[in-house]
Design a protein around this ligand. Structure first.
Ligand code: SF4
Ligand code: SF4
Length: 208
């Protein structure tokens, strides 16, 4: 995971704290004795990664920074090629149509059934959980994208809480707050010469 002292960068620290809180809240929930079934999520289980995660600007900046700092030139090119491919696929089609073809849209960070940015993956990914991986497989293979994962409502609420807190904090800082599809957000990150500093100054860094 990208490590950074809070004094180093307010944007990245904001995202890191939110993700830490998310992990802790999920962990505490899964320790409840009253939990009917454990979560079935395991490394390599990736039916839920055929998706376009939507993130807040601080999460996008954290992922972009992580890619910038830790990916090899080859990995960066690979991700960039995937972004271009996905943008071409979804160009001009509605969000509903995108959702209905999600089995054809692996996340730009899904490689060999694993997440390339696991340590900094956004809150939406951390809270995408299920008590039944077989059910996730069935939804994916049947392409029934209206079906819902067998996820605890309490974990969905953890996501809502962390997302709202992040958006509120961005507003308080007078910074861009838009919900951002991850491929476009990462493309915008690398298009901007100083994305983190610019966002902190209140500039529109994403979807300019
Ligand atoms: S949500 Fe479903 S597909 Fe995703 S890791 Fe958990 S069990 Fe696997
Ligand atoms: S960021 Fe990682 S966990 Fe989230 S959808 Fe992409 S590959 Fe899956």
């Amino acid at each position: 995971m990208t490590t950074m002292k809070s004094s180093d960068n307010k944007a990245l620290e904001l995202a890191l704290q939110a993700l830490k809180w998310t992990d802790e809240a999920i962990y505490k929930f899964t320790l409840l004795e009253s939990l009917p079934e454990p979560l079935d999520c395991k490394p390599g289980c990736h039916y839920c990664c055929f998706n376009l995660p939507v993130v807040t600007p601080p999460e996008a900046l954290l992922v972009g920074y992580h890619v910038e700092q830790t990916f090899t030139a080859e990995e960066k090119k690979e991700v960039n090629d995937r972004i271009e491919k996905i943008m071409e696929r979804i160009d001009g089609i509605s969000p509903y149509e995108v959702a209905m073809m999600r089995h054809e849209l692996p996340c730009i960070f899904l490689k060999d059934a694993m997440c390339m940015i696991y340590g900094v993956r956004p809150a939406v990914c951390r809270t995408c959980t299920s008590t039944d991986a077989e059910h996730c497989r069935m939804i994916f293979e049947s392409r029934n994208h209206r079906a819902r994962l067998k996820c605890y409502q309490q974990i969905r609420e953890i996501f809502q809480t962390v997302h709202s807190r992040l958006v509120d904090r961005c507003r308080e800082m007078e910074c861009q707050t838009d919900a951002l599809p991850l491929p476009e957000a990462i493309k915008d990150y690398f298009r901007h010469p100083e994305p983190i500093e610019a966002w902190l100054l209140g500039e529109i860094v994403f979807n300019p």
